[in-house]
Design a protein around this ligand. Structure first.
Ligand code: PMT
Length: 403
């Protein structure tokens, strides 16, 4: 589980009923309970009879900290009616894994056990993560049932394709717990950027000297990727133009790799039509070698000089366009943050710029930033980059002119 998701705390106070039906993927539900708990959710597990054949109730009890419910006839709940009591006050029901059997029950409004009954009695959203053999998933009956659920407003998450427990390969694998957490998080994130297109640069650039050497900046890409993820969760169409980093592409984000500043500029300009927002998080190299040697330069022992030319300033170029989108700059400074960051914002005529001190911003998981806009400076407390990213998105959504 990526820590950038876990620490975000977006599910604090959310009550999630997790239904676990029969399938080998039930073992992944244990990791899911833990991950949802780490994100602050209050998880209540409902285990079907078939689910309990794969993972027993004490595992879910220990991981969720809550009693596990298995029977429609359990009289120990306050009002003696678990299928009503459990679901009232729930923010969502998630069924993972969802077998072909429970999907068929839900599509037909059956209420033969606790899980199907409480789904029928729910007044909250229902999300379903199918998990079954590929033939079972592709069977017209299952496809019909899944289509019925979609029509009924149920959210179907996945399934994934790949190797299956039975040894076959194809669609039907349950999404991994990380992907399900991301889907839940996106589900609960207010859609502040719905209908907006956002182009983001992230990471360093690499300016090649020869095939094995180059000039680069220190940047992990974490801040830019966290902003891309936050924008996607907020409903935006996101194009992420990325320098060389070792990070997975956030869910719902179109990523374009661009190693050098020149390439990054070309990709940004190509992605720009229709963009409402441009966020330049990348640490772009200010200079590049005049020439890139075609072969590895041999060591001669003599002093060597490298001729450099300035790279184009991508952000300045985008911000100066007559049809410029809402531009957000970044500035990493070692001292006098206010003076340098606000100076960059004014020089590039940006409505918003995020300043961070080098010690905090570079490569680590946390960041301390100050947002600068026409109203002044807005310091944010030190926090994980995912959390900072969410606040930056909330701030820009407030400043963004109406579409
Ligand atoms: O990737 P991480 O490890 O998480 O670190 C994040 C970060 C520290 C790199 C990030 O938060 C950050 O501050 N990025 C901007 C770094 C910087 O100081 O850039 P700059 O002062 O060179 O440029 C100012 C702005 O112009 C930036 O928005 C930059 O992306 C943009 N720029 C700069 C030069 C250039 N040729 N083209 C640009 O678009």
């Amino acid at each position: 589980m990526e820590d950038y998701i876990c620490v975000i705390d977006s599910l604090r106070g959310r009550k999630i009923v997790l239904g676990v039906s029969g399938g080998v993927a039930a073992y992944k539900a244990a990791a899911l309970v833990r991950a949802l708990g780490r994100m602050g959710a209050d998880v209540h597990v409902v285990l079907t009879e078939a689910g309990a054949r794969f993972v027993a109730a004490p595992t879910f009890h220990a991981l969720s900290g809550n009693r596990v419910w298995t029977s429609l006839w359990d009289g120990s709940m306050e009002n003696g009616i678990p299928h009503i009591a459990l679901v009232r006050g729930a923010d969502a029901i998630l069924i993972a894994p969802a077998s072909a059997d429970i999907i068929a029950s839900l599509a037909n409004g059956l209420a033969g056990d606790l899980l199907s009954t409480l789904c029928l009695a729910r007044d909250c959203p229902l999300l379903v993560a199918p998990a079954m053999n590929r033939q079972m998933w592709e069977n017209p009956a299952t496809q019909r049932n899944a289509a019925t659920l979609r029509e009924d407003g149920v959210f179907i998450l996945g399934p994934d394709k790949g190797e299956q427990a039975c040894g076959e390969t194809g669609p039907g694998r349950m999404l991994e717990p990380e992907a399900l957490c991301e889907a839940i998080l996106a589900f609960f994130t207010p859609k502040l950027l719905a209908g907006r297109k956002v182009v983001i640069t992230a990471g360093p650039t690499f300016e090649a000297i020869d095939p094995v050497r180059g000039i680069t900046n220190s940047s992990s890409g974490k801040m830019g990727y966290a902003i891309a993820a936050a924008c996607a969760r907020s409903g935006a169409e996101v194009v992420l133009v990325s320098g060389p980093v070792a990070l997975p592409t956030p869910a719902g984000v179109r990523r374009i790799d661009a190693s050098s500043a020149l390439r990054m500029r070309d990709e940004v300009l190509a992605a720009l039509p229709g963009a409402d927002v441009f966020i330049a998080v990348a640490a772009v190299a200010d200079y590049r070698p005049v020439e890139t040697a075609g072969h590895k330069i041999k060591k001669s022992g003599a002093a060597m000089q490298l001729a450099l030319v300035p790279n184009p300033d991508i952000l300045a170029e985008v911000a100066a366009r007559p049809d410029a989108p809402f531009c957000v700059g970044f500035a990493a400074e070692s001292h006098d943050l206010d003076m340098f960051a606000e100076g960059k914002r004014r020089a590039k005529r940006l409505p918003m710029l995020v300043g961070n001190l080098l010690a905090d911003g570079l490569c680590g998981d946390d960041n301390t930033v100050v947002i600068y806009d026409d109203e002044g400076r807005h310091p944010l407390p030190r926090a994980p980059k995912a959390f900072v990213a969410r606040q930056i998105v909330e701030h820009l959504a407030r400043l963004l002119p109406a579409a």
